[in-house]
Design a protein around this ligand. Structure first.
Ligand code: NAI
Ligand code: COI
Ligand code: MG
Length: 369
């Protein structure tokens, strides 16, 4: 197998802190399983603004295009709050998603057995829970035109964002959701607000048509986004795959993360279309942001970043055994009672980012034998 090209973009805040723990896992793969990657690393977000005056350089976007996969940390830093909207650190991830056509963001909310007590919900409600949220990531209100802040003749200002979805955009992300459902519990819940938004109405129509034409073997239901937020807390077990737009997916997945114990637990994969040469652009990142409130303190949970790396190995590099091992190592470490602050509960041992990473690597050693 040729050496895979991996681009690592740690970003801001806790991004570099949790990425350091992935580097240890990658070093372990090389040491104990002889797997090496052609790794290159670069600056994005506030870190890139400080060095180059832009949130992401064209050269980095090109490197991402050429990589077999991108592992992203997180971007965002309050110190750049004063810069124009199109220069903010967050532009780095938005631009990567757009330029690489990364339209399907898979956000699995899976509850580890050891963490049922850390969930915001009762243990019996979340034990064994496994939901996959498929969030559209290159359309919707984050990108629709017109947008901006304008001043009206009377001096009043108004901020404008527009939710836009085309048939093609809806259909391609729905297809990803239906295909995933077939490998899971065979059920998709499509989420929008068709009661008040035309884009939601079209969303529902397109998903319904596609289902009738190609996926009638999959159970399809529809739900309004506000109800979905409530149902995720009331009875999350009713869901298998949820497919939804950019904004609702962003919000509902942060909500779902608390069912698993913490935002620091949820990884994600963002996939594009398969190219004619068989390559599929893909970026992997935790669903959390740069967490400026805890950055620099060594207490961030590295598990979402490490599980994002496991997803990368599984989806982009077909290294299923290694992905399984990493997930098993995380489960085993949690079973020993080690907890970062965000998933801490009574009687457990509180540790920092590096001790958690270290414990996962030691567990990998045990699994390797
Ligand atoms: N993909 C990306 O790069 C994303 C970037 N952001 C950006 O991150 C910055 C901060 O945004 P927030 O709204 O504060 O969201 P956030 O996700 O960074 O943090 C929300 C809360 O969760 C906690 N948290 C997040 N990750 C954690 C981890 N691994 N371990 C322990 N606790 C963790 C934080 O301490 C904070 O209290 C903003 O600039 C935002 O735009 C937000 C989400 C995604
Ligand atoms: C551009 C990001 C900051 C939006 C977000 O919160 C996310 O993608 O999860
Ligand atoms: Mg988010």
């Amino acid at each position: 197998m040729s050496t895979k090209k991996l681009l690592i973009l740690p970003g801001d805040g806790i991004g570099p802190e949790v990425m350091r723990e992935v580097a240890r896992v990658a070093a372990w793969l090389s040491r104990r399983r002889g797997i090496t990657f052609d790794i290159s690393e670069d600056l994005v977000g506030g870190a890139s603004l400080a060095e180059y005056g832009v949130p992401i350089r064209e050269e980095v976007v090109q490197k991402a295009r050429e990589a077999d996969a991108v592992l992203f940390g997180s971007v965002g830093d309050p110190k750049w709050a004063h810069v124009g909207f199109d220069k903010r650190p967050e532009v780095a991830i938005l631009k990567l998603r757009q330029e690489l056509g990364l339209f399907a963001n898979l956000r699995p909310a899976k509850v580890f057995d050891a963490l049922v007590d850390a969930s915001t919900l009762k243990p019996d409600v979340v034990r064994g829970l496994d939901i996959m949220i498929v969030r559209e990531t290159v359309g919707g209100i984050y990108f629709g035109e017109p947008r901006g802040i304008e001043t009206l003749p009377d001096g009043e200002r108004r901020g404008i964002n527009t939710e836009v979805y085309t048939t093609r955009e809806i259909e391609r992300v729905a297809r990803v959701a239906f295909d995933l459902a077939r490998k899971r519990q065979n059920s998709v819940c499509s989420v929008e607000k068709c009661n008040v938004m035309e884009s939601g109405l079209l969303w529902k129509e397109v998903v319904t048509d596609l289902h009738a034409r190609e996926y009638s073997d999959v159970t399809l239901s529809h739900m309004l986004a506000d109800n979905c937020a409530m149902q995720l807390v009331r009875n999350p077990r009713q869901f298998d795959v949820i497919v939804t737009g950019n904004l609702f997916g962003d919000i509902l997945s942060d909500l779902a993360s608390m069912l698993t114990g913490s935002l620091g637990m949820l990884p994600s994969a963002t996939l594009g279309a398969v190219h004619s040469d068989g390559r599929r652009p893909a970026l992997y990142e935790p669903i959390h942001g740069s967490a400026p409130d805890i950055a620099g303190r060594g207490i961030a949970n590295p598990i979402a970043q490490i599980l994002s790396f496991a997803m990368l190995l599984r989806y982009s590099f077909s290294m299923l055994a290694e992905a399984d091992m990493i997930e098993k190592a995380v489960a085993a470490v949690l079973a020993t009672g080690l907890r970062t602050a965000d998933i801490m509960s009574e009687g457990m041992a509180r540790v920092g980012t590096d001790v958690m990473g270290d414990a996962i690597v030691r567990e990998l050693d045990k699994l390797q034998g």
